[in-house]
Write a protein that binds this ligand. Structure first.
Ligand code: APR
Length: 254
């Protein structure tokens, strides 16, 4: 048993959660790994099969929108077939158990919402949504992409694209403001399933720690954040987070 998951450690963490006014979490692709969604930078990661420059950026979309649409349809099909895992459900349960709980995610796979999380700040957008590349209007209706028929915006005729943040693009200002504001007020902050190397999202745990939060990192691999964490849990989130919730329930019953 990983000693960072001992009953004693978990009960101590649970006490901090019960005493906390505000708790925050930043998640990355690692949270969805146990659902079968590849991460970005591991051996079998998405970026090892594709080059981000070729697909997840505006120039790629402008120069070859069909290829970008095909890649996102492939990812949507993949994500449409997977279910949230116990890590997602545990985070959704934490939102129910704790007064002030904020979940910030870098993931675009919609699995936190699918698992029941309601207050989700999506820093990188949501792959299940589309928007107009020109006027920015959100297109909630499902779009069937057919070869050679690029979907166009009804409002302005611009090209429709996935509502995700691409390399080189700004993150949604409202999401950034909300996430940073919350992180700076947290008493306990979790970084779960992220390599913590892609900014500005990766800055969030550092911001929380600098503002005085007790920092917990959940990741089987150590990252640049690990040396700063007050508690490092080197266990997959699908195993670790349900144990954190069980300890929290025990503490709340006392
Ligand atoms: N539980 C917890 N963490 C895990 C698990 C798991 N079961 N499996 C893998 N991990 C960890 C890996 O060790 C790695 O540190 O998840 C992390 C995934 O890191 P990345 O693949 O870099 O994904 P992420 O941190 O989300 O990337 C951030 O980069 O390319 C952009 O927009 C993309 O949102 C993404 C951002």
């Amino acid at each position: 048993m990983n000693d960072s998951l001992s009953r004693e450690t978990l009960d101590e963490l649970a006490q901090k959660l019960v005493q906390a006014d505000r708790v925050g979490v930043l998640t990355g692709a690692g949270v969805s790994r146990e659902s079968g969604v590849p991460t970005f930078r591991e051996a079998d990661g998405l970026w090892n099969r594709f080059r981000p420059e070729e697909l997840a950026n505006v120039n790629a979309f402008i120069s070859n929108p069909e290829r970008v649409w095909e890649w996102y349809q492939w990812r949507r099909d993949l994500i449409g077939k997977v279910e949230p895992n116990p890590g997602h459900y545990a985070l959704a349960e934490m939102e129910q158990l704790l007064e002030q709980f904020t979940l910030v995610t870098q993931n675009v796979d919609n699995l936190h919402r699918h698992a029941g999380s309601d207050r989700v700040i999506e820093l990188h957008g949501n792959i299940m949504r589309n928007k107009c590349h020109n006027c920015g209007v959100i297109v909630e209706t499902e779009i069937e992409f057919a070869e050679g028929e690029l979907p166009k915006c009804e409002a302005c005729g611009g090209m429709i694209r996935p509502d995700v943040v691409w390399f080189g693009e700004m993150l949604p200002a409202d999401a950034i403001e909300q996430a940073w504001n919350e992180a700076r007020q947290c008493d306990v902050f979790f970084s779960v399933g992220t390599s913590a190397i892609v900014y500005p999202a990766a800055q969030l745990p550092f911001e929380a720690k600098a503002a005085g939060a007790y920092l917990v990192e959940v990741n089987p691999q150590k990252t640049d954040l690990t040396r700063l964490a007050d508690l490092y849990i080197g266990t997959p989130s699908g195993e670790a987070m349900p144990k954190v919730v069980d300890a929290l329930k025990r503490a709340l019953e006392k």
